[in-house]
Ligand binder design. Structure first.
Ligand code: 9WN
Length: 438
């Protein structure tokens, strides 16, 4: 692995530690994000896990993605949670009896026996499938891995591009903060304020049994999450204008990166990927046209119902750096913003925070309102490297590896000190550290 994270002894024990986390969280067919806090399969977690797992076992990495895809709905959506039937209902909220996927989701083609949620998460899957294939093309071909996953991934993207273009400008919208994956980001505060919270006594938060209340979203946020999800369910999970619709930069950037990956997969299967690459380029143009803010030098979220950009700087707005065809001046601006006073890379912070250090809502410990997460840092590292910012990418890789190991593979950390927050032994932290070691 050449220049990667030295000295070798520390790299060796980091590798061992990360492998142990993934071993401990493996259920036999997929990986839980955390044994206690998140005891089921999560969609984007599994994609990140597969990206790391491919260095330990390409077969398990393929299985991880195939298990998730087995729970895909007939309309193409990949649910954000696939429930493990042997885990007690009380272990996680909202549980299968809240989502009622097999009945409420029938018109949308939810699986009959497997229980899932009815919302989605960011489309990292095609990118993950391509990277998993590349780690062992012989095994992948022998098992027909790509030919089995390709039609499912294509249906997934079709769902997002057709059913979820709620803004009409060519981008996919999320209809719930859990879909975007950064649950209580300050970018949601204004669009969420229109939603009437469900009464606090109408549900019981299992997350507070395992996570510190001051590190987790508030009860008021939860009331709104519950209302939005219940309304979506009660409408049979049909897509249209509900109470919340946002175009998010990270979600759409991952869709673009995954479209490019699908083009590579199509080519590997002997088809032509040019139509997909062309679509990825159109999506890139729509991303820039609809979400780029030249004054803030970053991408912002668009509130589709209110109709305006949300003036909050979240890490999501830096992550389109992942997109290959981004205009050069936008790349330079994003690199400046990540390394400037709002995100502090190379200066005050160790890892990129989830939210603006100078923002009014900044809190270094509260979930997606400031702490640094390892998946966002991995995406940023990849984007820096892709655009030739090798010195900065190397620095971020070293910081990520050091912090992952020192924090016990924490779910997230204080962006200044690296102090661990949330669950320890968190799967994507271990998986993405492993990926950067290779
Ligand atoms: C709701 C599993 C998931 C991640 C999300 C993260 C958190 C769930 C929760 O955990 O969300 O989906 O209960 O807080 O915000 O990104 O996929 O790790």
């Amino acid at each position: 692995a050449g220049a990667v994270y030295d000295p070798g002894v520390r790299a060796g024990s980091l590798h061992r530690g990360a492998a142990e986390v993934l071993e401990g969280n493996w259920t036999g067919t997929s990986t839980v994000p955390s044994r206690r806090l998140y005891p089921h399969q999560w969609s984007w977690d599994s994609a990140f896990v597969a990206i790391g797992l491919r260095h330990l076992s390409p077969l398990r990495a393929q299985t991880e993605l195939e298990t998730l895809l087995d729970a895909q709905w007939g309309d193409g959506r990949i649910p954000h949670i696939v429930f493990n039937p042997s885990v007690p209902l009380e272990a996680y909220f909202p549980s299968p009896d809240f989502w009622r996927s097999s009945t409420a989701g029938r018109a949308a083609g939810a699986p009959r026996t497997t229980q899932t949620s009815g919302i989605v998460q960011p489309p990292v899957h095609a990118l993950a499938a391509w990277l998993v294939h590349r780690s062992d093309p012989g095994l992948s071909r022998a098992r027909g891995f790509l030919s089995r996953v390709y039609p499912r991934l294509a249906a997934w993207h079709r769902y997002l591009l057709h059913r979820r273009d709620l803004g009409g400008g060519g981008l996919a919208s999320v209809v719930h903060p859990w879909e975007q994956g950064m649950d209580n980001s300050p970018a949601w505060d204004a669009p969420l304020s229109r939603v009437t919270p469900a009464p606090a006594r109408s549900f019981r938060r299992a997350d507070l049994d395992h996570g510190a209340a001051e590190d987790r979203p508030t009860d008021l946020d939860y009331g709104r999450y519950v209302r939005l999800a219940a309304d979506y369910r009660d409408g049979g999970y049909a897509d249209g204008r509900g109470g919340f619709a946002v175009e998010d930069p990270c979600f759409n950037a991952l869709l673009i990166a995954s479209e490019h990956a699908l083009a590579r997969i199509a080519a590997e299967l002997g088809a032509t990927g040019t139509a997909r690459d062309a679509r990825a380029e159109r999506l890139t143009a729509a991303l820039v046209e609809r979400l780029w803010d030249p004054a803030q030098e970053m991408f912002l979220c668009r509130d589709v119902i209110g109709g305006a950009l949300v003036p909050e700087r979240g890490v999501s707005g830096l992550l389109p750096l992942l997109v290959p065809g981004l205009p050069r001046e936008i790349v330079s601006a994003l690199v400046r913003t990540a390394h400037g006073p709002h995100f502090g890379l190379g200066g005050t912070t160790r890892l990129v925070p989830s939210y603006d250090l100078l923002g009014e809502a900044f809190d270094p410990h509260r979930y997606w309102r400031g702490p640094a997460w390892f998946n966002t840092n991995w995406m940023l590292e990849r984007g820096l490297r892709l655009h030739g910012e090798l010195g900065r990418a190397d620095a971020l890789r070293t910081a990520l590896l050091e912090t992952a190991g020192a924090s016990g593979f924490a779910e997230y950390v204080d962006p200044y000190t690296g102090e661990p927050c949330g669950a320890l032994g968190f799967s994507w932290t271990a998986a993405l550290a492993l990926d950067l070691l290779h």
